[in-house]
Design a protein around this ligand. Structure first.
Ligand SMILES: Nc1nc2c(c(=O)[nH]1)N[C@H]1C(S)=C(S)[C@@H](COP(=O)(O)O)O[C@H]1N2
Ligand SMILES: [Mo]
Length: 389
């Protein structure tokens, strides 16, 4: 019986498995991953703010832009990563030098670092994508895992770039070979599977990335709404023209009765019924809800400025505010407004949305809306505000 012959690196005849191709697609992937990482860091620090960091409350739509970019670059990274892996996979079959030498040891370490990089990136993109669908079929916490994987990717990527630097610099510039269609047959090799030139491949990959980007970005860029067939959310579909991430029913919150009151706990303790809240000076803010999952939508809000409430209860300047929802338990039942957000005149305890009273699913009777913040911190069904000095 004839033993099957294992392929070697040379068995993969397409000249598109070339370091120049890996360099060009790697560059695009590098740009996407860098934007995705930095915007992801910003989102993480919004939710878990280190002591040294001061996040400004303006521009008011900053988080809408950064998180839209985060999900967009993550999504576009999927076809780029697949193309990059296709370009380099014959390397998996490269023979290690035998007998083992220092060089072989180096190659083993390099392959291990690439295995870590590829596994971490594949997992990161996979759980990130499932998160945009609000599907969490795993036992680990999403936010912490997504964040830890990001640092593993950055570390493994730096090792990868350092190892490949000579190859990257040698293939950085365009060459005439990029334009030449690849021959479909050669004398010494089996027929190649493609007649595509490198340039043709670049255009195909860029086209795939652009198509996926354009058909998903409509969840945060209204102009692309009509073609957003890949977007899990349509930003204008929902009660009062705004999507709902977690309904009142899911959060275990039911409509309130006439006894409902909101309490402000500061140097003085205040308590308001809904009618009393309506009699306080009302202000308007045009602010988006920008969900970490990538969808966002602008809206018109009306309610009481948080800074007015802080003054009324005698809170000193620079006070922070803990916001407590009627929702029992759950990650989003409380949030904290740092001083710069609490003081911003756009930050409201909102009672109205897009011209009518808040729908129960949008946080009736009262919710927080603040500029430049992730949706998860825009607490709904507010019940108590606690001043922290
Ligand atoms: N109490 C409470 N507030 C909450 C949530 C929640 O689950 N519970 N979800 C948050 C999330 S993730 C988002 S994106 C926004 C969405 O607000 P909307 O449903 O009014 O659009 O509400 C936030 N406020
Ligand atoms: Mo969200």
């Amino acid at each position: 019986m004839k033993l099957p012959v294992l392929p070697t690196e040379k068995s993969f005849a397409s000249p598109l498995h070339h370091p120049r191709v890996a360099t060009v697609i790697g560059r695009w992937l590098g740009i996407a991953v860098t934007i995705c990482f930095l915007t992801g860091l910003f989102s993480h620090f919004q939710q878990v703010t280190p002591g040294w960091l001061h996040i400004p409350s303006r521009p008011s739509s900053l988080y809408r832009v950064t998180q839209g970019l985060h999900v967009l670059t993550g999504t576009v990274s999927v076809p780029l990563l697949l193309a990059k892996l296709w370009t380099v996979y014959p390397k998996l079959f490269a023979k290690l030098p035998w007998p083992p030498s220092r060089k072989a040891l180096g190659m083993v370490f390099e392959r291990l670092s690439i295995a870590v990089l590829v596994a971490a990136m594949a997992l990161e993109l996979f759980i990130g994508f499932l998160n945009t669908l609000q599907w969490y079929p795993w036992p680990f916490p999403f936010k912490e895992t997504h964040y830890a994987l990001a640092w593993i990717i950055v570390g493994a990527l730096l090792v990868h770039l350092a190892v490949k630097l000579p190859l990257i610099t040698a293939n950085w510039r365009r060459t005439p070979a990029d334009r030449t269609p690849v021959p479909t047959t050669t004398d010494s090799l089996p027929p190649a599977i493609t007649g595509l030139s490198r340039r043709g491949l670049f255009r195909t990959v860029a086209g795939a990335g652009a198509l996926i980007g354009i058909t998903s970005v409509g969840q945060s860029v209204p102009a692309f709404g009509p073609v957003a067939v890949l977007a899990p959310r349509k930003p204008n579909v929902g009660p009062q023209g705004l999507p709902v991430n977690r309904t009142a029913k899911d959060a275990g919150v039911s409509a309130v009765d006439a006894d409902w009151r909101v309490t402000v706990m500061g140097p003085q303790q205040l308590s308001y019924s809904l009618d009393q809240l309506r009699e306080l000076p009302q202000n308007r803010s045009a602010l988006p809800i920008a969900c970490v999952e990538g969808w966002s939508q602008g809206a018109h809000w009306e309610g009481i400025r948080i800074r007015d409430l802080l003054k009324l209860c005698g809170a000193p300047e620079g006070s922070r505010l803990r916001v407590v929802s009627m929702e029992k338990g759950g990650f989003y039942a409380t949030s904290e407004l740092p001083a710069q957000f609490a003081e911003d005149p756009l930050t409201l305890l909102a009672l109205r949305l897009n011209g009518s009273e808040l729908a129960l699913d949008h946080g009736f009777p009262a919710r927080i809306i603040a500029p430049n913040r992730p949706g998860v911190l825009q607490t709904k069904w507010v019940h108590r505000l606690e001043v922290i000095t």
